[in-house]
Write a new protein. Structure first.
Length: 511
């Protein structure tokens, strides 16, 4: 017998589907329920590598952590990684299968994947007590309904009850709930069980008359009102923010342990991917992280980070056009710290040969590291472990570019000191490993080196645990659900499906 299930949809993108899904997973697992997350199709440049070497959306990896289970390709069978406004790399069951235009994907390929998506969901439901599914965008995207495999398409195929999340902080949440319902076909409306209000500020009693009227209008209950809380945007799909403490250009930090703060500037390159790498830096007391796009914003930075990107050559061109490339070269000449991660590491090298991603051929890099990069069609997907700066470090690799390191100091090595990845020249470091800064010992050692090179009297906190902070944050999500949602009603939905006899709200849309 298949386990229970629920689809968490949203009135808009960024309504809170990812964090609500994670919160429900954490609430359930604390009740002793064996639960797994699922998203049939994800579009994101933030991805993760599972232990079996499959690439999935980072949000689903975070939700798996909330559920206290190991991430799997089954949890995100289709991942789209944009390469431009019109095309994306399609990753199927954790492996890239080619580039497709939006028209080509929605014109036929997407519908053909429905059986794969349903099969993955059913396999999970056969192994878990409950599977909490996340939708994408809005379920009422009527122009895409015919080929939908992530919202009502999967809900109808798997007979999942649907809970619609609305961000009341944006305004218009009642109209959004009603309009979303009224734009669904009758067969889809049968599965839309009710609503969940997210990011509410103020006195809930003032909202209750509206919730009562919404139920009178739609015949559907509101399953909870979640209060607005700062710092819950963990492992976003593409929302540009520092997840643990801070946001674009502005980072909220706790007091430093030493006499100085440490200022980190992250170059917001085009098609930036896995910018969650800097979350661990933002979690450190006294570290101020901001995203920048102008050369003058690098002047007061103690560390500049070049993050990953799905467009290495495009990012290089962008850095040159904005004067950031020259500023980085001046920094390196002055012994001021620079860290390149994945695509950022490739940009710092001498030369890039790319006939795969950009098809630009041979392009000169910034020349700050003795590295030559050649793009291969086969993508490297790995979960390596090593040592750096005398500390244990582990990460994950997601890249087409293969680096030939022709000098410099060893950065990440095995236990015998043999180089595993990256290199260092003076105060310039580069590595392909995402997630390495989450290793507490290595992060502290790296920040000590940065502070020394920058002349800052900054001292890393001796007890910051990124893993513990992440767990605290996931528990906060579980607390939100447990304290502010109707959990008895939620469990009935998960176990028994949508209530029968839900009324149709006209005009509806074609089935």
């Amino acid at each position: 017998m298949s386990g229970g299930g629920l689809l968490v949809a949203g009135t808009t993108s960024d309504a809170g589907k990812s964090v609500v899904t994670a919160g429900i997973c954490r609430w359930l697992v604390r009740q002793g329920v064996k639960v797994a997350p699922f998203k049939g199709q994800n579009m994101s440049l933030n991805s993760f590598v599972t232990r079996e070497g499959a690439e999935i959306g980072r949000a689903q990896a975070m939700q798996a952590q909330a559920a206290r289970v190991e991430p799997s390709a089954l949890m995100n069978p289709v991942l789209l990684k944009p390469g431009s406004d019109r095309s994306s790399q399609v990753v199927l069951m954790g492996r890239p299968v080619g580039e497709l235009s939006a028209r080509g994907y929605h014109g036929g390929r997407q519908a053909a994947l429905l059986d794969t998506v349903v099969g993955c969901l059913e396999e999970l439901r056969g192994s878990y007590d409950a599977v909490i599914c996340e939708g994408a965008g809005s379920p009422a995207e009527i122009n895409l309904r015919r080929t939908d495999i992530v919202n009502m398409g999967i809900a109808r195929a798997a007979r999942l009850p649907v809970l619609v999340v609305g961000d009341i902080d944006r305004g218009g949440v009642f109209a959004s709930f009603f309009g979303t319902t009224a734009l669904l076909a009758p067969e889809d409306q049968e599965l839309l069980a009710g609503y969940l209000v997210n990011k509410f500020r103020g006195d809930v009693s003032l909202l209750e008359p509206g919730l009562d009227m919404l139920k009178d209008l739609t015949g559907r209950a509101t399953y909870g009102v979640l209060p607005f809380q700062h710092g819950l945007g963990i492992d976003e799909e593409d929302g540009l923010r520092v997840s643990l403490r801070g946001s674009v250009r502005e980072s909220q930090t706790t007091a430093p342990v030493g006499e100085d703060v440490l200022r980190v500037a992250v170059c917001a390159v085009p098609l930036m991917s896995n910018f969650t790498d800097v979350d661990a830096l933002a979690a450190e007391p006294g570290v101020v992280v901001r995203f920048v796009d102008r050369a003058e914003e690098l002047v007061d930075a103690d560390l500049v980070v070049l993050p990953g990107t799905r467009g290495t050559v495009k990012a290089l061109q962008w850095l040159r056009e904005r004067g950031l490339a020259d500023a980085l070269v001046r920094r390196a000449a002055g012994g001021r710290p620079v860290l390149g991660i994945c695509g950022g590491f490739q940009v710092l090298g001498e030369r890039i040969e790319d006939d795969v991603e950009s098809r630009a051929g041979a392009v000169d890099g910034l020349g700050l590291l003795p590295v030559r990069v050649r793009f291969e069609r086969e993508k490297t997907l790995a979960r390596p472990v090593g040592k750096a700066l005398g500390e244990h470090v582990e990460g994950y690799e997601i890249h087409h570019g293969v680096a030939e390191v022709k000098g410099g100091e060893v950065f990440i090595s095995d236990d015998r000191g043999h180089s595993l990845d990256g290199c260092r020249v003076g105060s310039v470091w580069g590595t392909h490993w995402h997630g390495s800064l989450e290793a507490d010992g290595f992060r502290r050692a790296f920040l000590r080196e940065v502070a020394a090179a920058a002349g800052r009297r900054f001292v890393p906190a001796p007890d910051t645990s990124f893993g513990a902070l992440r767990e605290e944050q996931l528990d906060r999500l579980g607390d939100l659900i447990e304290e502010h949602a109707d959990t008895d009603a939620l469990w009935r939905l998960i176990e028994s499906g949508a209530p029968s006899g839900l009324p149709f709200i006209p005009p509806g849309a074609p089935a």
